[in-house]
Ligand binder design. Structure first.
Ligand code: SF4
Ligand code: FE
Length: 483
């Protein structure tokens, strides 16, 4: 099997023995849980679209390891064009799901680990790259979904991992055995862990010698003994079980995050990618973060396309589409969205080859991309709310619309232009609500701020990569300054 169908993917997730908890209870079959299912559907789209001839170029690639056709989400980028195709693929999936489709984290982790393990082996004669390549061959063959787990809970932000009162606040090695290691800790905000077959765990920050036990990276099955997940709440999440699908705004798709606990998990030697080589923790983090910051110039743009479309529709339905200020606000939304896309494409176009042979984005531009993503979706949301009007948060439920007594009043008084049904008007308003404030806002708005690193993390990278000294020299030369 090299390209799984969506149905085969869903079936494979049903067969996993995942330990998932939500609202204080164990979820027996996460794949069929009505609150979790929309997030599984989003990942499913990464399989379904890969089956369609019209998306073959974007959704699939040729494995550099086997020459087989594979899903692009399991690919190691071989050129700047691959990097650009990745961003285009993410925009497409954002357009089709209006949610986080989760599978990018594993792709970004794979590309970061691929090049970093190569460089560790060069220095230390370790076999991490070989471990990774063997793993990747299996991922490509089985078309697995892989999560990438980086963010530790971090406890006191002013202290290094080894200085924390509780040593488990960063995931670390607690025991070394001849055949492997035992790790303990947790990874927070894990997008898609529940919908993944495998996980690549990485450290969360650059480290020093004293943090040696924390400089660890490996892969394992997501249902390995000792791993369990606590699902995060999302605003409006229980609307999915109230029998009013219209109220969810996007009944089919969603995203999901979980706190994942690693409670003394055994990792065999051949699954390890980093184990105490502290100086490489920073490289792994920087590269993964760079790839994921590039990713946001694709996925968030696709979701932005849906929000812009919904906003233009509601302007039509409200009868105000011809007002010049409405037209101008929609132009502004498009301008902001395409600016994000430009950044995603630019950092890809300027990608360069690493020592291992895969392609790395331009790190400065990838960080600029994500820094813009921490701002522009907020403005896009503000403009969407401006145009949609207050009804996006005050409209009654679908249950009222369907009610024999109340329905006719909802129909009558919430009508917009004559040719559009009240039902359609309410559906679009709910979609806007979902994207701006509801379950999808996790993946669009707040994730734009904190996903792939909070804004300050990008500013640190911009200051490192921005080459300020060179710019001072430019100024001095032109002003004839001699020091
Ligand atoms: Fe992919 Fe975007 Fe979700 Fe990250 S936030 S996993 S880039 S869809
Ligand atoms: Fe994300």
């Amino acid at each position: 099997m090299t390209l799984r169908t969506g149905e085969q993917y869903i079936e494979s997730m049903r067969n996993m023995n995942l330990q998932v908890y939500m609202f204080g209870k164990k979820v027996e079959c996460p794949a069929d849980d009505p609150i979790l299912r929309p997030s599984l559907n989003s990942v499913r789209m990464t399989y379904d679209l890969a089956q369609l001839p019209e998306f073959e170029d974007l959704m699939t690639a040729t494995s550099h390891l086997t020459g087989e056709k594979i899903n692009r989400f399991t690919h190691i980028h071989q050129s700047a064009k691959d990097l650009m195709n990745k961003v285009k693929m993410q925009r497409l999936l954002g357009q089709k799901t209006a949610a986080c489709f989760q599978r990018c984290v594993g792709m970004d982790a794979s590309n970061a680990v691929y090049s970093t393990t190569y460089e560790i082996d060069q220095k230390y004669g370790t076999h991490y790259h070989e471990n990774f390549v063997n793993f990747l061959k299996q991922v490509q063959k089985e078309d697995w979904t892989v999560d990438g787990a980086m963010t530790d809970p971090k406890g006191d932000r002013g202290k290094a991992p080894h200085e924390q009162d509780d040593p488990d606040l960063f995931l670390h090695v607690v025991e070394r055995r001849p055949d492997g290691i035992v790790v303990r800790g947790a990874k927070a905000h894990q997008t898609g862990f529940i919908n993944s077959h495998e996980v690549i765990v990485m450290p969360t920050i650059a480290m020093r010698e004293a943090d040696k036990e924390y400089a660890v990276s490996f892969h394992c099955r997501t249902d390995t003994e000792g791993i369990f997940m606590i699902v995060g709440r999302q605003s409006c999440d229980t609307r999915k079980v109230e029998g009013a699908p219209m109220d969810t705004g996007n009944p089919e798709f969603g995203g999901t995050e979980a706190l994942v606990i690693f409670d003394n998990v055994f990792i065999p030697n051949n699954q390890i990618f980093l184990n105490g080589e502290v100086e490489f923790a920073g490289m792994m983090v920087e590269r993964f973060a760079g790839y994921h910051r590039q990713s946001y110039g694709g996925c968030k743009v696709g979701v932005g396309d849906v929000l812009i479309g919904a906003t233009a529709l509601i302007a039509d339905y409200n009868g105000c589409a011809r007002a010049s200020h409405i037209k101008d606000k929609i132009i502004e939304m498009q301008h902001l969205n395409e600016t994000l896309y430009s950044c995603g494409i630019a950092c890809s176009a300027l990608g360069t080859k690493t020592e291992s042979g895969n392609y790395l984005i331009d790190l400065l531009l990838a960080n600029v991309c994500k820094q813009n993503v921490t701002r522009f979706p907020y403005e896009i949301v503000r403009l969407a709310e401006d145009i949609a009007g207050g009804l996006m948060v005050t409209a009654p439920s679908e249950l009222d619309l369907r009610d024999p007594k109340l329905g006719k009043y909802v129909e009558k008084y919430l009508k917009g232009v004559g040719v559009v049904s009240t039902e359609n008007r309410l559906k679009v308003l709910r979609l806007i609500e979902n994207l701006c404030l509801g379950t999808a806002a996790v993946g669009y708005r707040t994730e734009s701020m904190h996903g792939a690193g909070s804004p300050q993390a990008q500013r640190i990278m911009i200051s490192r990569q921005g080459n300020l000294e060179m710019k001072k020299e430019l100024a001095k030369e032109l002003a004839h300054v001699t020091e």
